[in-house]
Design a protein around this ligand. Structure first.
Ligand SMILES: [Zn+2]
Length: 134
């Protein structure tokens, strides 16, 4: 793997994901810290690599370490990043716009939802996603 280089690996993954109709999104893990962050409350605590279960000292949320890290990354894409042009929903803040603006991002989100149906269940149910224009 070191001979090929991590850049080549990323390019290959991006190519295959795009080819399969998916969307390649790179998470800034040094900033997001997926394995040290609680997906439920955002509390951060260092873990040893040998700790395979995430148990939050703040809120008590418990999940497999890898599942929790995946949830943190999904939360980042949906709520904190501007991957879809603009942050979809800021956590805990009511939407400042009365109606959603149509854009390609929601179509992409729809395909992501179909692929990760069980993971996204309930997360995408927001006040702004329920209302429709016209
Ligand atoms: Zn927590």
């Amino acid at each position: 793997m070191l001979d090929v280089g991590i850049g080549m690996l990323k390019s290959a993954i991006e190519y295959k994901v795009t080819e399969a109709g998916g969307q390649y999104i790179e998470i800034p893990t040094q900033k997001v810290k997926p394995s040290q962050t609680c997906p439920s409350c955002g509390h951060q605590q260092k873990k040893e690599l040998s700790e395979r279960v995430h148990t939050c000292l703040q809120c008590g949320y418990t999940a497999d370490r890898d599942v929790a890290a995946a949830q943190v990354m999904l939360n980042w894409v949906l709520y904190d990043s501007t991957v879809f042009g603009t942050s979809i929903v800021k956590r805990g803040e009511p939407s400042s716009t009365p109606s959603p603006t149509p854009c390609g991002g929601m179509a992409q989100l729809g395909s992501a939802k179909r692929k990760k149906h069980s993971l996204l269940d309930g997360i995408l149910e927001t006040p702004s996603s329920r209302s429709r224009v016209g």
